[in-house]
Design a protein around this ligand. Structure first.
Ligand code: URA
Length: 230
């Protein structure tokens, strides 16, 4: 958010006062004097006025989790364990999930307190490929790849899915890359052929790959290089 908007959203300053504070160089963001009203204040920036802290800076945090089966991609659930129950970190309530998985789907989940980072990862315009390993009840025939590449009509949303890439690995297993994250999308795509998905595992989200050293239920912080990829 622009610094002038950030300041005028506070009950104590009106717009005129904000303009003056900036001109008089009384505002600091992360220790630097800021006079440009367009300067971007992040949710992690420390903002001060005459040395008084208006917003305490806090570090952005990013984790990758190997989601196990049988847990909900939510921050709270009355019945089942959630993926956030697996994260043992301070200020866990600040964290949120970037891109959900179904109850029994396993694999890569990204968890952060950085809203703009997770939006870049999940917003449809980014068209970030998500790679899934899929096992099905029935054989996967060559017409699946053609149909998925053309896009499938989802009546409920009244839309046609973006082209998806299917690589058949064996009679009943494949890798599927999709650029959206519609509700139960992979299961519904295979459901078009009356083929039930028995196992679904997310291996990759864009350039971020599930660390093979993580067992189901384990997590680790992202490296600086991984964070910068998004
Ligand atoms: N598609 C699904 O059907 N389920 C998931 O968990 C993810 C993608």
């Amino acid at each position: 958010m622009r610094v002038d908007r950030f300041l005028s959203n506070l009950p104590r300053f009106n717009r005129k006062q904000v303009r003056l504070l900036l001109v008089e160089r009384r505002i600091k963001v992360d220790g630097q004097v800021v006079s440009d009203p367009h300067f971007e204040v992040r949710e992690f920036s420390c903002v001060e006025c005459d040395g008084e802290v208006l917003q305490a800076g806090k570090p952005p945090r990013y984790f990758m989790l190997h989601k196990p089966q049988g847990c909900v991609s939510a921050t709270r659930d009355p019945k089942h364990p959630t993926v956030l129950d697996l994260i043992h970190e301070p200020d866990r309530d600040d964290l949120h999930i970037a891109g959900r998985l179904d109850f029994n789907t396993t694999g890569l989940m990204l968890i952060t307190n950085d809203g703009s980072w997770s939006r870049r990862l999940t917003q449809p315009q980014t068209k970030l490929p998500k790679l899934y390993y899929v096992e099905t009840e029935q054989p996967i025939t060559p017409d699946y790849a053609r149909t998925f590449a053309q896009g499938l009509y989802f009546a409920y949303e009244d839309l046609t899915t973006q082209p998806a890439e299917l690589v058949v690995l064996a009679s009943r297993c494949a890798r599927l890359s999709i650029v959206e994250g519609r509700y139960h999308q992979v299961k519904r795509m295979f459901g078009h052929f009356d083929n039930k998905v028995l196992r679904l595992h997310r291996e990759q989200m864009g350039p971020l790959v599930l660390d093979s050293r993580l067992k189901p239920g384990e997590y680790r912080p992202l490296t600086a290089a991984e964070i910068a990829l998004i």
